[in-house]
Design a protein around this ligand. Structure first.
Ligand code: ZN
Ligand code: ZN
Length: 129
């Protein structure tokens, strides 16, 4: 069981997203892996898609994934709640993390469509002599 890094939901597998926390830059120059559930990945990706047109949703704050302070975007997260079912809450993500979410999203969807087992397409092209 793993917890989603945004909503805290406990799920068997999370979708990995690589972020680059500025505070851990020296310890982890390659970045660190965060795990998001599908719902959070979906909402964050939607915000990323609307980023260019919707500059108004941009605010000053701290990114929920990499902890960087600066320009962040609000992502609506559904947090599981025992008494109310789900509670909607805004989490703020910086544009770099949103970009990382988008990359993971594309990869995740591709794998989902492609099915499990074999990720490579078979090529039957023969080399010319
Ligand atoms: Zn989540
Ligand atoms: Zn960030």
């Amino acid at each position: 069981m793993t917890d989603c890094d945004l909503c805290g939901r406990g799920i068997p597998t999370v979708i990995p997203v690589r972020v680059n926390p500025p505070l851990l830059k020296f310890a982890y120059p390659e970045g660190v892996w965060k795990g998001l559930c599908e719902t959070c990945l979906d909402s964050a990706q939607k915000v990323h898609m609307g980023n260019d047109k919707n500059e108004l949703s941009c605010r000053k704050g701290k990114c929920a994934l990499c902890q960087e302070k600066g320009r962040v975007f609000a992502v609506e997260i559904q947090i599981p709640d025992f008494s109310q079912g789900v509670v909607k809450k805004d989490k703020t993500l910086c544009s770099r993390c949103l970009k990382a979410v988008d990359e993971s999203y594309i990869k995740y969807k591709r794998e989902e469509i492609g099915g499990h087992g074999h990720g490579h397409e078979h090529e039957h092209e023969q080399s010319k002599h």
